[in-house]
Design a protein around this ligand. Structure first.
Ligand code: NAD
Length: 448
């Protein structure tokens, strides 16, 4: 339940009338996943511009559970992988122009593009053009609709990504570009519990976004180890109990944090979520060294240190892992880090925080290709924008209001929106999604 009173107001007939008359933002309550309503409310419309390069796309889309149809679609997939010139781009316009108005509330538009071809500057130009197109359309559609671009070469490898983007789970992900590469693709037996039989560890799991991640990974079948500082022992135990997992109290900045985590998971780890984070805001001119170092230590140094220990010891499962060797059919481990919009766009008073969060993005990009090649482990980041948590509830009212409205969906996200994105990246079927930084920000007006 959101504490956003303006959003509740625009959900009433009087609120809708008044805000329309005054030209104010008109956010709608987003349609999120629930066990009773796991799918979008309407059919899927599959369109093509140019000559498709995805022979399996129809089969993969049929597996999403959405029925095909064009009457008020809840999802539109435009396959633009074959667009190689400006004439092809006109087909993108021709395909979407007549249908965009009819997309259902909280519906999805997913544009599929091809990787940019360095040997063909015409293809690269128009495929890059799809990015500007997608980001602009995301800002236009309104009423809880989202627009994303996926660059891919194989629809099968992108199944987990398409299922996520074409579901209510991706409610607060819009204006994003996701690349699906050629990583190892694992057959997922049960898409409702893709993490069954897997072990996940979430840092900062006592509350807020971390708690939501623990719940969502448990919903998807994982056994979850919930980690937080000793001061939060009671809360983290409560969360662990609720998700049927276990609790561990470790300060991630402790020298032996990596070793303590390794001891907690004697049978190895499939999913490692670095979520613990703190802010200590001051403008640089007023920032004491202690404020700087405490933030850098929790948000960045601890991520580097514990990952190194867990990889060195082979605790994170993968095929080259000295401890927990596993066959390629099971896929390698997953690392997901919580970055932040501040690490992309910067923020007044947050030189320390933004340095740490930009730092984890650098960590993801450098480590991802290496560990994927060596062990089949993927490394990705989520970058939340304005999320309704205790952290943002403590902001001055005016700043909080600006943070909520300054995005295409006109509202803050919920911790579960970040958690759903983590769950997609963490699951075995996402082996071809690697080195990505996915913003969960409702397409914030800040940062590209
Ligand atoms: P929160 O303060 O509600 O929760 C953070 C948790 O991390 C707490 O339970 C805390 O005890 C734990 N923690 C802090 N230091 C720790 C340490 N040294 N060792 C172990 N645990 C530690 O924050 P949140 O809003 O849920 O944020 C979670 C993550 O998301 C953070 O990394 C934060 O920077 C990031 N984030 C949040 C937002 C937002 O809008 N709330 C936006 C962008 C990014």
């Amino acid at each position: 339940m959101t504490t956003d009173r303006y959003l509740r107001f625009t959900g009433t007939p009087a609120g809708r009338f008044l805000t329309r008359r005054l030209g104010l933002p008109q956010p709608v309550a987003l349609r999120r996943w629930s066990a009773e309503r796991p799918l979008l409310d309407g059919p899927l419309l599959h369109l093509t511009a140019g000559k498709s390069e995805l022979p399996d796309l129809g089969t993969v889309l049929a597996r999403t559970g959405l029925r095909a149809g064009d009457a008020r679609p809840a999802a539109v997939v435009l396959d633009a992988t074959g667009v190689r010139d400006v004439e092809g781009l006109a087909e993108v316009h021709a395909a979407l122009h007549p249908v965009v108005r009819s997309v259902a509330e909280s519906g999805r538009v997913v544009v599929l593009g091809a990787p940019l071809d360095p040997a063909d500057h015409h293809q690269a130009a128009v495929q890059q053009g799809l990015e500007g197109f997608t980001r602009s359309l995301g800002k236009e559609v309104g009423r809880g609709r989202t627009v994303t671009l996926v660059r891919l070469t194989d629809a099968g490898a992108a199944e987990s990504t398409l299922r996520f983007l074409l579901s209510p789970r991706s409610a607060y992900v819009s204006g994003q570009v996701v690349e699906v590469g050629d990583g190892e693709v694992v057959t997922v037996e049960d898409w409702t519990r893709p993490l069954a039989g897997r072990t996940a560890l979430v840092t900062g799991a006592a509350r807020g976004i971390g708690e939501a991640i623990a719940r969502t990974l448990a919903r998807d079948g994982a056994r979850v180890v919930c980690l937080d500082v000793p001061q939060a022992e009671a809360e983290v135990r409560r969360v662990a109990e609720r998700v049927g997992g276990s609790a561990v109290t470790v300060d991630v900045t402790a020298d032996d944090a990596g070793a303590r985590i390794a001891d907690e998971v004697p049978d190895g780890l499939d999913v490692l979520v670095h979520n613990a984070g703190i802010t200590r805001d001051r403008k640089l001119a007023n920032m004491a060294a202690e404020r700087w170092s405490s933030v850098l230590d929790v948000n960045l140094a601890s991520v580097l240190r514990t990952t190194d220990v867990l990889l060195e010891r082979g605790v994170l499962r993968g095929w080259g892992s000295p401890l927990f060797e596993r066959s390629r059919e099971l896929g390698g481990g997953r690392i997901v880090v919580t970055a932040s919009m501040a690490g992309i766009a910067g923020n007044v008073g947050q030189t320390n925080y933004a340095a740490s969060k930009a730092g984890v993005i650098g960590f993801v990009r450098a480590l991802a290709p290496r560990v994927a090649a060596e062990r089949g482990v993927t490394v990705n980041a989520v970058a939340p924008g304005f999320i309704e948590t205790r952290m943002t509830a403590a902001m001055p009212a005016l700043l909080r209001e600006a943070g909520r409205r300054m995005n295409s969906l006109g509202q803050g996200g919920l911790p579960v929106d970040v958690a759903e994105t983590v769950a997609w990246l963490a699951q075995p079927g996402s082996g071809a999604v690697n080195g990505q930084v996915v913003r969960v920000c409702g397409q914030s007006l800040l940062g590209a």
